[in-house]
Design a protein. Structure first.
Length: 606
């Protein structure tokens, strides 16, 4: 019925518009073609404006506004036209003006708001049914509605006995008034059902998790040029396949053995059958900052008691960088972890920190537009995506996991469009408390940065910086938040713009290899060439094709060693039982390396 009255509104408006144009031409002496050209110019300008703003309007005003504005506006305009017939002397002007307004509203608002909002309604249907429902409504039902509208207009024309155009417009206003009033009621009822349907949708969600069984390890090993000509190719490949298989096994004893590879004390405790092994493994998360050690302990957390998890989870999160935080929360949610009341308050506060970082990324992208650096923009986009997923993982701990998972899948789909984003926001709007809703929903809405800033700047500081100021801020940002590759890119761009060597000299002394090496290069100094050798080795292994730049930096820091840099105490200490996972190889230029294949497997399978 909504579709029938929606189509009827189109034809009533069109028919009244044609009569209005003809009447106006008779009264004013202006040619019909001139009137039509002016009206259509105004209509097309409105369509262009609304096409640019439709996503913003639906997001900021909501679905109720977007669905009801057209029928309400048409009803109000027609009511005024009907009333003007009795209340004003120059009735012709008012009748014509209101019917021209109806035509403008029907064309502009329908395309800019009503149609996009209706597409959001389709998202409640199952994906397999969505296309057929949409085609049925826009095809068969619409065609039937056109026939019904034609019959109604034919009847109106036949019963019109007077040849007076103004009287005919009066009759049209009366018919339109009734039709639009019914349309308002039907759309209000449709929106009410939509809200109930969302609630039902959230309560009956069955999460379908699709696993990609083709791991990066398999893809990497299948590359034809992999390790071609490198020594020990077979042993590295075989070990990596073995590691990949081991990591898929939910075995507590195996997990302990793998963690022991990076912790001699843990290996000793395993050998001695220490009764406090689980507690010591948790402690190893705090005492050993090796990324692979921490990833393994996060995986091991499924074997830790709920009480211990409640006790240590906050400290583990605070100590971790943003990548580990995401792995930690994913692991907890997979386990069905439910935080205590105190921890819930802690996680609720963390959502605000995530929102602040997401908005920071938007601000940084805007500030760096003049720089036009694709690599930096890509890394900031990745940083924002990590924080959005981190935020959603936090929400899973606070609300229904299945519902938030569906929202996450909608937002992360590669074919994501405005309708999907708005639907995801609508679902969030029905889940979140009012306190969190005010800050969280805007970051997922398909609106401009300025619109987000206007909403969120009363909650978070959102600064506008020059290009050099923003680049410097990136270099100085907390290492737990910002990966070293983005810092490296920002450092290079900053030095190129400012020639400022003060900050470069500071990073020259960093114990983070890529930052120290690039700083030495920018200062024109001869740096140790181990970092350059590592870059060459990872390129020979084709790893940049399969690892994100941040993960590649993890590998070069914690899992790839030149002979002179072997067993660097700052980053990695291996146990005796790790020998099977730490393998030597020689690159094409005869440089000898040791590779932590267990660590590489963790990165490829994470």
């Amino acid at each position: 019925f909504v579709t029938i009255f929606s189509v009827l509104a189109v034809y009533l408006s069109d028919y009244a518009y044609l009569i209005s144009v003809r009447t106006f031409a008779q009264l004013s002496g202006i040619e019909v073609s001139v009137i039509i050209s002016v009206v259509f110019s105004i209509i097309k300008s409105g369509e262009l404006l609304f096409s640019l703003l439709s996503g913003n309007l639906i997001s900021t005003k909501g679905m109720k506004f977007s669905l009801l504005i057209l029928p309400c506006l048409l009803f109000t305009s027609t009511l005024l036209a009907f009333g003007s017939y009795f209340l004003v002397d120059d009735v012709a002007f008012f009748l014509i003006a209101f019917f021209l307004l109806n035509k403008w509203s029907e064309r502009v608002i329908r395309k800019g708001l009503t149609i996009p909002a209706m597409k959001v309604l389709y998202q409640l249907a199952e994906p397999s049914e969505r296309a057929s429902i949409q085609s049925s409504i826009e095809g068969t039902i619409s065609q039937v509605s056109i026939i019904i509208s034609g019959i109604i207009l034919l009847i109106i024309t036949r019963v019109q006995t007077k040849s007076d155009n103004l009287h005919f417009l009066y009759i049209m206003s009366l018919v339109s008034l009734v039709a639009f009033a019914i349309w308002v009621i039907l759309v209000s009822n449709l929106y009410s059902k939509y809200r109930h349907k969302i609630q039902a949708y959230l309560h009956q969600i069955k999460t379908v998790v699709t696993h990609n069984n083709t791991s990066l390890t398999s893809n990497w090993l299948l590359e034809k040029k992999l390790l071609k000509g490198l020594q020990d190719e077979a042993s590295i490949n075989a070990t990596l396949v073995s590691v990949s298989q081991l990591l898929q096994q939910p075995n507590q004893q195996l997990s302990e053995q793998l963690i022991g590879c990076y912790n001699p004390a843990i290996q000793t405790a395993i050998d001695n059958k220490d009764g406090y092994l689980s507690r010591k493994i948790i402690n190893a998360y705090f005492t050993n900052n090796n990324i692979f050690n921490r990833l393994l302990i996060i995986g091991y957390s499924k074997f830790i008691s709920a009480a211990d998890k409640q006790k240590f989870i906050k400290e583990m999160y605070d100590l971790s960088d943003v990548t580990l935080r995401l792995h930690l929360l994913k692991s907890l949610n997979t386990q069905g972890f439910q935080p205590s009341a105190d921890n819930k308050f802690y996680f609720a506060n963390l959502t605000q920190a995530c929102v602040e970082e997401i908005v920071w990324a938007d601000a940084a992208l805007v500030d760096l537009i003049p720089l036009n650096n694709e690599l930096i923009n890509k890394e900031i986009d990745s940083y924002q995506l990590i924080n959005k997923n981190l935020l959603l993982e936090l929400l899973k701990l606070l609300y229904d996991k299945k519902a938030i998972t569906v929202i996450q899948e909608i937002l992360n789909t590669q074919s994501n469009n405005i309708e999907n984003q708005i639907f995801a926001v609508e679902l969030l709007d029905n889940i979140l408390t009012n306190e969190l809703k005010e800050t969280i929903t805007p970051v997922f809405e398909p609106i401009s940065f300025q619109a987000k800033k206007n909403i969120l700047q009363k909650y978070f500081p959102i600064s506008e910086l020059s290009v050099t100021e923003r680049l410097k801020e990136i270099t100085m940002k907390d290492y737990k938040l910002m990966n070293t590759y983005l810092k490296q890119l920002a450092l290079e761009a900053y030095h190129k713009l400012t020639n400022d060597n003060v900050i470069i000299r500071a990073f020259k002394e960093s114990n983070i290899e890529n930052l120290s090496a690039i700083s030495a290069k920018l200062l024109g100094q001869l740096a140790t060439n181990s970092f350059a050798k590592k870059q060459k080795a990872t390129a020979d292994l084709h790893l940049p094709n399969y690892l994100q730049p941040s993960n590649l930096q993890y590998l070069m820091r914690y899992g790839l060693f030149t002979k002179e840099g072997k067993h660097n105490k700052l980053v990695t200490t291996f146990s005796d039982n790790s020998e099977g996972y730490v393998l030597s190889f020689t690159t094409l230029d005869n440089t000898k390396f040791e590779l932590d294949v267990l660590g590489l497997g963790l990165l490829l399978n994470s």
